[in-house]
Design a protein around this ligand. Structure first.
Ligand code: HEC
Ligand code: HEC
Ligand code: HEC
Ligand code: HEC
Length: 211
């Protein structure tokens, strides 16, 4: 029961204005349902169209034409893993946040965009003079955070006390970092992951195409 409700909630993200769970579930109507178990069957077509939009592809990117239950395309298998990943992150690291969808990372592309190098270079050039002695690694990480979220240092830090963990945004970083152990379990081995993948220059990752 709990599980079906959660998946249902997850897919409200895709299916705007979908009313309560009514009619047969997806697994009753279709032959090969694993990740959409408990979702109303009549929501499946709009979820599939949302996948097309999220990745910027046609149905045949994942499916063999007219053999919808066929699993032979690697993209089909990857898509299933991605569904599992979104569910696990939603239940754990992202619990209590506004959450993510396929659109959050993909935004209409099969390969999520990457942090633009020129923006990072501009940010590195603004590094505070009083912190000139810190390691290159720390300098890069902090500048990446600024660009990724489109914020300044004081979004996470208390001015004059860089060690303070007082701000909730500072504390959030550890939770965010812990997702990077989860990604490789579900992503293709060649996938390169970044904070930018979800945030894309915003503190609030998008869950659907802006209208
Ligand atoms: C990004 C990959 C992807 C795209 C694009 C996609 N699908 Fe799917 N589709 C899947 C996956 C994965 C499943 C299996 C869901 C599950 O395991 O619960 C599925 C399941 C289905 C099923 C149920 C098959 C069965 O008999 O069990 C149908 C029908 C379907 N898709 C149709 C479509 C149509 C039509 C489109 C285009 C509008 C589309 N899909 C686009 C990945 C995709
Ligand atoms: C946290 C970010 C993230 C989320 C959320 C996410 N993906 Fe992905 N996805 C990736 C990355 C990264 C890759 C690897 C891209 C590459 O090849 O470099 C990928 C690859 C894929 C591929 C293979 C594309 C190809 O043509 O090789 C499919 C299919 C896919 N994702 C489907 C989905 C679906 C469906 C969802 C939602 C259930 C989803 N993804 C959610 C990050 C994400
Ligand atoms: C998204 C939040 C965030 C932003 C934005 C951010 N930081 Fe940090 N900063 C952290 C966290 C968290 C740590 C603790 C180390 C870690 O997790 O990497 C840290 C550590 C540091 C430290 C080391 C403190 C120590 O322990 O001695 C310095 C110095 C620092 N940041 C400077 C900056 C500067 C300068 C900026 C802006 C250019 C910045 N940070 C932007 C979150 C942030
Ligand atoms: C899988 C997608 C994803 C990735 C990757 C990701 N985040 Fe987030 N992040 C989110 C979501 C979702 C929220 C919650 C936003 C909301 O509730 O509006 C969030 C929130 C935050 C917040 C709190 C924002 C606020 O104003 O409360 C910070 C800070 C943050 N992320 C930093 C990072 C950093 C730094 C990284 C890389 C180490 C990172 N995130 C990677 C999805 C992601």
């Amino acid at each position: 029961m709990m599980k079906a409700a959660l998946i249902g909630a997850l897919f409200c993200v895709f299916v705007s204005g979908s009313p309560s769970n009514q009619g047969p579930t997806a697994e009753k109507k279709y032959r090969n349902i694993q990740v959409l178990k408990g979702v109303p069957a009549r929501n499946v077509p709009s979820i599939m169209r949302a996948l097309n939009r999220a990745l910027g592809v046609e149905c045949v990117a994942c499916h063999v034409q007219d053999k919808w239950d066929d699993e032979s395309k690697p993209q089909f298998v990857t898509a299933r893993k991605m569904f599992q990943m979104v569910k696990i992150l939603s239940e754990n690291q992202l619990a209590g946040t506004s959450g993510i969808s396929c659109w959050t990372c993909h935004a209409g592309q099969t390969k999520p965009s990457r942090l633009p190098r020129p923006l990072l270079d501009q940010e590195l050039a603004r590094w505070p003079a009083e912190l000139a002695k810190v390691s290159e690694g720390l300098k890069t990480t902090m500048s990446v955070y600024d660009v990724t979220l489109h914020v300044d240092c004081d979004y996470c830090h208390v001015a004059t006390n860089w060690k303070s963990d007082e701000k909730p945004t500072y504390k959030m970083v550890a939770r965010m970092n812990s997702m990077f152990k989860v990604f490789p379990q579900f992503m293709p081995p060649t996938a390169r992951t970044q904070c930018w993948m979800c945030h894309k220059g915003s503190t609030e990752p998008k869950r659907r195409k802006p209208f």
